[in-house]
Design a protein around this ligand. Structure first.
Ligand code: NI
Length: 164
């Protein structure tokens, strides 16, 4: 049974903690990834970070519409370029969406589910989701990047930005 997404909680919650690096990629990490992918799909999201299911480890999963899923362990942004305004929403902050600044492109380094080093260069929604999920690993939510209250809106569940 896949874990439930944890919604926004007090400041001492796992969502606000810096997640730990994964020292060894074993079966339990692969199970965590499968569980996160199932949770992300059920919630209709394009990305999910382990702290969102209550696990304080540096693991993220992403799936862009029409593409294969990607899991990254110990992801690090090694390069960012440009800046643009995006509309964003988070599965852990239901009912809201907002406009924030994100990079135009990012390069992320990490490991795949077999421990192989991977490097991903992305732009568009994938770059946005990578920054969003890696923020989650540092206890940061997109609402922390909101510059003024008029940039945060209540949204209908069926519309608005992609959840991540
Ligand atoms: Ni999120």
């Amino acid at each position: 049974m896949p874990a439930r997404v944890m919604h926004r909680l007090p400041d001492d919650s796992v969502l606000r903690r810096k997640a730990k690096r994964v020292p060894t990629i074993d079966k339990s990490i692969q199970r965590l990834i499968d569980d996160m992918l199932a949770t992300m799909r059920r919630e209709g999201g394009v990305g999910l970070a382990a702290p969102q299911v209550g696990v304080s480890l540096r693991v993220v999963v992403l799936q862009m519409p029409g593409e294969e899923p990607v899991a990254i362990i110990n992801p690090e942004i090694v390069k960012r370029a440009g800046e643009r305004e995006v509309t964003e929403a988070c599965l852990s902050v239901p009912g809201y969406g907002g406009e924030i600044k994100r990079s135009i492109s990012v390069t992320v380094k990490g490991q795949d589910r077999n421990g192989k080093t991977i490097r991903i260069k992305a732009d568009g929604l994938m770059a946005q989701a990578l920054e969003h999920e890696i923020d989650h690993l540092d206890g940061v939510l997109y609402i922390d990047h909101i510059e003024s209250q008029d940039k945060l809106h209540k949204i209908e569940t069926e519309t608005g930005a992609e959840g991540m």
